[in-house]
Design a protein around this ligand. Structure first.
Ligand code: FAD
Length: 640
C-alpha cells in the first residue's frame, strides 16, 4: 500500500467561484502558499450573477483588473417604471424614467458583466503566480482542526483530506493532482476532548487514495450548499420565502420601448424586472404566482414563464430571439450563525453564509466583498506582520463582526425589496432610489474594533458622524485628484492597489500657507522617524513599507516644492529613484475637470484631517491633521 500523498500550504480555499477567486487575488506577489480546490471540471462556463456594483468595481481596480472588466461590461444609465393605465383601460404605461445615479458616488453605480467573465479575469490574474494553485475536480472529504495550537503563528492546525471527483482533474498552473478515491461525508463535528475537532467519516482510516493537506487556515467559499459549513456545524438561520421566480437571459424580439433600460413593470397580472445585458440580451425576473398554491420551481417551464411575461407586457409583444439561460427558483433568506470557527482558523465566505433573492444583484457582489474583507487580514496574519497572537486573533475576528451585520442588513433589505416588487406602492421610484443607495454599500459602517478606531474621547458615533461619509468603519469615499508631479488625474481607489498596505492619507489643505506647510513637514518627519512608526512607514531595500503615507493638498501645484517634502511623502530608492505617486492635489485637471475632493468629503481646507485607510479601503481612523499619536496608537493597538 503506498502512503497518502501530502501537501502543506498556508491557506486552503474550498470553492473557486467569485468568493474563492476574489480571496486568492489578495495573495498575488506574496510568499504565501494558497491551494484552491473546486469540484467543477474547470472554470465556470456560465454563472448566474451579472451586476457589478461600483464598490466591487473598485475592488477589481485594486486587483489591477478594473480596465479589462470595465471594457467588457455594459453600463446601466436609466431606470424606467411602468404601471397600470390610470384610465382603467387595459395595458401598461410608462410612469417615469429615473437616472440610475447615486450622487455620492460620482461614477456609474452598476455595470453588467456575466459571472463567468468576472471569474475569468480574476482567474487570469492569479495564474501567473506560482504560490497559488488551483485544482478542479477536487473536493475535500474530511477536515480536522487542532485548536490546541490555535495561537501559534507557525502551526498548521488544519488537516484536510482531498479526493479527486474523477480521473481527469484539471490543474491550471502545472501542479499534478493526487488522490483518486474515497467517499464524501457530511458527518457532524466532534470534539475528541483533546482540543481536536474532527469531521468527515474517516480521518482515522487508510488515506491511500486521498491527499492529506496541512494548512494554517481554511476558508469555505463553496457556495450555498457548502460542505465546509456543515463540517463546522454552522447553521443558516432564516427561511424559505414564498417567492418563486423565473429568470431568463435572452435576446428579445419586442416592440416594448424600454427594452434597453432597467425596467420595473407592474401590471394587473404581475411584475417583471428587466435588465439590459451586452450582446443585445436582456435578463428578466418574473415572480410566478399561482393563486394560493405556490408553484414548485421544478414545475415551472420556460413556456409558462414566457406566457406570464407576455400577459404582463401586453399590448407590447415579446418574442424570443435566442435564450442563453433560464431557471426557476424559490428565494431563501438566510444567514449563517457564525462566519468563523475554531479560534479563527476556519472561515466561511459568500453564499456559504448568506442567501437571498438575486433581484437586487447583491449575491456575487457581497461574496466578493466578504472575501475582500477577510483577505487582507489573513494576509497580514500569514505574513507575520501582526506580532502578538492575541492581536492577530482580534483582527481575524473582525471578519465576522464586520461582515455578519452586513449580511443581516442585506436580508432585511431583501425582504423589503421583494415586498416592493410584489406589491407595488405609489412610492416606487423613491424606494428604488433608496434601494440603489443601499446596494452601493455606501451605508455599510463596520463597528468599532482594533481595525476601526473611534476619535479620541468618542465612545460611539453620534448622529452627525453617522451621517457623514468620512467616518471610521465606512469605505473611504472615492474621489479624483491629480498627481502633484505630473498633473495626471486618478481616482483614489485605483491608486490604492491591493498590496496589503495601510495608507495614512493627510488632507493637508492649502499648503502655500506657511503654517499649514510647517505642520505637514512636522507630521511627515514624525511619521518617518518615530521609533515605533518608522519600521512601518519607511521603504527598505526590496521591501514595501506596510504603511504608505499619502498627501492630498489643495494648493496651487506650482507653489509646492515636491522635493522639499519629507522623505516619507516621496521616498527614494536606489533602484527607482523618487516615488512620485504619493502626493496629490485637489485642483483642476487638464482634461477631466476638478475632482472637488475637499468639497465632496466635507473637509475644511483651513483645518484638514488625517485618515488611516485599511488595506481594503475602509477607514480605520479619522484624526486631526497633526494627530501623530493617534496614528501611532492605531498601529500599536494592532501590534503592527
Ligand atoms: P458560488 O458562486 O456558488 O461558488 C461556489 C464554488 O464552490 C463553485 O465553483 C462550486 O463548484 C464550488 N464547490 C461547491 N461545493 C464544493 C465542494 N464540496 N468542494 C469543492 N468545491 C465546491 N449575484 C449578483 O451579485 N448579481 C446578480 O445579478 C445575481 N444574479 C443571480 C441570478 C440568479 C438566478 C441566481 C440564482 C443568483 C444570482 N446572484 C447574483 C447570486 C450569485 O450567483 C451568488 O451569490 C454568487 O455566485 C456567490 O458566489 P460564491 O463564490 O459565494 O459561491
Amino acid at each position: 500500500m503506498s502512503p497518502s500523498p501530502s501537501t502543506t500550504v498556508d491557506l486552503l480555499i474550498v470553492g473557486a467561484g467569485p468568493a474563492g477567486l476574489a480571496l486568492a487575488n489578495w495573495f498575488r506577489d506574496t510568499d504565501i502558499t494558497v491551494l484552491l480546490v473546486d469540484k467543477k471540471p474547470g472554470p465556470t462556463p456560465r454563472g448566474q450573477a451579472e451586476g457589478l456594483k461600483s464598490t466591487t468595481n473598485e475592488i477589481f481596480d485594486s486587483y489591477g483588473i478594473g480596465p479589462q472588466i470595465t471594457a467588457e461590461s455594459w453600463r446601466l444609465e436609466e431606470i424606467a417604471c411602468w404601471g397600470m393605465r390610470k384610465d382603467g383601460a387595459e395595458g401598461i404605461v410608462r410612469e417615469q424614467v429615473i437616472p440610475d445615479r447615486v450622487e455620492e458616488l460620482g461614477k456609474p453605480r452598476e455595470t453588467m458583466l456575466q459571472q463567468s467573465r468576472v471569474e475569468h479575469h480574476m482567474l487570469q490574474n492569479i495564474l501567473p503566480h506560482n504560490n497559488i494553485e488551483i485544482r478542479y475536480n477536487t473536493i475535500p472529504v474530511a477536515v480536522e482542526v487542532d485548536i490546541a495550537c490555535g495561537h501559534e503563528a507557525d502551526a498548521y492546525p488544519v488537516t484536510v483530506w482531498l479526493k479527486k471527483v474523477n480521473n481527469d482533474a484539471t490543474t491550471l498552473n502545472g501542479h499534478a493532482t493526487n488522490g483518486i478515491n474515497g467517499h464524501e461525508s457530511n458527518g457532524q463535528m466532534n470534539n475528541d476532548q483533546n482540543g481536536h475537532y474532527t469531521n468527515g467519516t474517516d480521518t482515522n482510516e487508510d488515506h491511500t487514495f486521498k491527499e492529506r493537506v496541512s494548512a494554517k487556515y481554511i476558508v469555505g467559499c463553496d457556495g450555498a450548499r457548502s460542505w465546509l459549513r456543515k463540517q463546522l456545524n454552522v447553521i443558516l438561520e432564516g427561511d424559505l420565502t414564498d417567492s418563486v421566480f423565473g429568470v431568463v437571459d435572452m435576446v428579445p424580439k419586442s416592440n416594448f420601448p424600454d427594452i434597453r433600460r432597467v425596467c420595473y413593470l407592474r401590471a394587473a397580472s404581475g411584475t417583471i424586472l428587466l435588465v439590459p445585458r451586452s450582446n443585445r440580451e436582456v435578463r428578466m425576473y418574473i415572480p410566478v404566482e399561482s393563486g394560493t398554491a405556490l408553484p414548485d420551481p421544478k414545475d415551472l417551464t420556460f413556456d409558462r414563464i414566457m406566457d406570464a411575461t407576455r400577459k404582463i407586457i401586453a399590448p407590447y409583444t415579446m418574442d424570443v430571439g435566442s435564450v442563453s439561460w433560464w431557471s426557476a427558483y424559490r428565494v431563501r433568506q438566510r444567514v449563517g450563525n457564525y462566519f468563523s470557527r475554531l479560534n479563527e482558523r476556519a472561515f466561511l465566505v459568500g453564499d456559504t453564509v448568506h442567501t437571498h433573492s438575486p433581484k437586487a444583484g447583491q449575491g456575487m457582489n457581497t461574496s466578493i466583498q466578504d472575501a475582500y474583507n477577510l483577505g487582507w487580514k489573513l494576509r497580514l496574519a500569514l505574513e507575520g506582520q501582526v506580532r502578538s497572537p492575541s492581536a492577530r486573533q482580534d483582527l481575524l475576528r473582525t471578519y465576522e463582526s464586520e461582515r455578519r451585520p452586513v449580511a443581516l442588513d442585506l436580508i432585511a433589505f431583501d425582504k423589503g425589496f421583494l415586498k416592493l416588487f410584489a406589491a407595488p406602492s405609489a412610492r416606487f421610484d423613491t424606494e428604488i432610489l433608496q434601494a440603489l443607495k443601499f446596494t452601493t454599500g455606501l451605508s455599510i459602517r463596520y463597528p468599532p474594533s482594533c481595525a476601526v478606531q473611534l476619535p479620541k474621547g468618542v465612545e460611539q458615533l453620534g448622529p452627525s458622524l453617522l451621517k457623514a461619509d468620512l467616518v471610521p468603519g465606512k469605505r473611504l469615499p472615492d474621489f479624483r485628484a491629480v498627481y502633484q508631479a505630473d498633473g495626471v488625474p486618478t481616482w483614489m481607489h485605483k491608486r490604492l492597489s491591493a498590496t496589503g498596505q495601510f495608507r495614512v492619507v493627510i488632507f493637508a489643505g492649502d499648503i502655500t500657507d506657511p503654517a499649514r506647510l510647517e505642520r505637514l513637514l512636522v507630521v511627515g518627519r514624525y511619521l518617518g522617524e518615530n521609533e515605533s512608526l518608522k519600521h512601518l512607514t519607511m521603504t527598505r531595500p526590496g521591501k514595501q513599507p506596510l504603511v504608505e503615507v499619502l498627501v492630498v493638498h489643495c494648493a496651487d501645484r506650482d507653489q509646492v516644492d515636491f522635493l522639499a517634502l519629507p522623505e516619507v511623502y516621496r521616498p527614494w530608492s536606489e533602484e527607482s529613484g523618487y516615488d512620485y505617486c504619493r502626493v496629490f492635489a485637489d485642483v483642476e485637471s487638464v482634461h477631466d475637470g476638478h475632482g472637488r475632493a475637499y468639497e465632496r468629503l466635507e473637509i475644511d481646507p483651513a483645518v484638514g484631517c488625517m485618515v488611516v485607510v485599511r488595506p481594503d479601503g475602509y477607514i480605520g481612523a479619522v484624526l486631526d491633521v497633526d494627530d501623530v499619536d493617534g496614528v501611532r496608537t492605531y498601529f500599536e493597538r494592532n501590534s503592527l
